[in-house]
Design a protein around this ligand. Sequence first.
Ligand code: ADP
Ligand code: 5GP
Length: 187
Amino acid sequence: MAAEARQRLTVLSGPSGVGKSTVVAHMRKAHPEVWLSVSATTRKPRPGERHGVQYFFVTDDEFDKLVANGELLEWAEFAGNRYGTPRAAVLDRLDAGEPVLLEIDLQGARQVRESMGESRLVFLAPPDWDELVRRLTGRGTEPADVIERRLAAARIELAAESEFDTTLVNTSVEDVARELLALMEVS
Ligand code: ADP
Ligand code: 5GP
């Protein structure tokens, strides 16, 4: 059988609290064949998060080594922690012809746009600012000072929406998950 054609990488970005993880989890429940990259981070796990599932939780030294060894496709500092995408797994899955999704911040999306120009960049936007604040606060996973840092980052991310190929507004998780699957040509 002929080898599968290499797939186009899809990047999903958007401000913290907009609903990226919720949309992706919903989408993957129906379509587990969509491969979601697991990032490395220096952030501490939230209750219920497990090493190797939501993230690879690493120390600062371990993160330094990943960077020094060129093992990250992209990485960024976000609201006081570092996050990065392990390169090898992403390239392997793309080569295998699988639909691959990265859920990363704006700085990471910009790096992917530079290094993998054929990528599809999708921006997830909130219905409005007040709803974003409600979602981020309502999630209840961060103290007030961290929420403030994330909202400051959100203002910058929202201003960069036009850099993306497509914007999806997260009013309904079901609708956005369907639209994302359509963009990724997964049926
Ligand atoms: P992100 O991954 O972008 O930081 P989350 O997926 O953690 O955001 O979602 C933040 C909060 O918003 C969660 O409490 C989630 O349940 C809620 N949420 C996500 N999408 C919607 C939506 N369409 N309508 C209402 N609440 C939502
Ligand atoms: P959280 O701490 O809420 O899980 O994630 C904070 C931010 O980091 C989110 O915008 C998320 O998309 C982003 N992020 C997660 N993994 C990566 C990554 O590997 N690289 C980059 N650049 N950002 C990431």
